[in-house]
Design a protein around this ligand. Sequence first.
Ligand code: DLZ
Length: 159
Amino acid sequence: MATTNLSVYNPDDIPDAGDMKFGIVVAEWNYDITGKLLDGAVKTLRKHGASKKNIKVIRVPGSFELTSGAKLLAESHKKPDAIICLGCVIQGGTPHFTYICQSVTQGITQLNLDYEIPFIFGVLTTNNREEAADRAGGKYGNKGDEAAVTAIKMAALCR
Ligand code: DLZ
């Protein structure tokens, strides 16, 4: 199966993020993975000009809580231009995977419809831990990089 490297993009296509503000909400569940997504997202935002003071990071317990965390950021006084949601849901022996994935997907979709700013889906949904590691700085790049690039592009589009 061909898988795109999540960290490969044309930097010339990315607007300057020097005057943009970002919120990042990251799930603590599977933090060995989501911490790497966070590192990738922050590094990529900074690489394209975002200043440290304009990147607000909050943590929530699990991916199920990403929607409410993102909503909190959207309503904070420091109105972000885009909000990145980072999580990692790994298939287990019970149907939790389906429920959490459905909830976070629908929740983030709804936020995109309800607010004037973009909410970015930086959630890995994988069959196992190895597939997640491959996409959190491993052989398929880092989903956090991809989410940051998407956030910058969408923030520019919404202006
Ligand atoms: C409960 C749970 C399980 C089993 N698996 C994951 C997971 O793989 N990834 C993730 O981000 N969160 C998981 N959670 C936690 C839920 O997202 C949520 O935090 C709890 O159900 C409490 O609402």
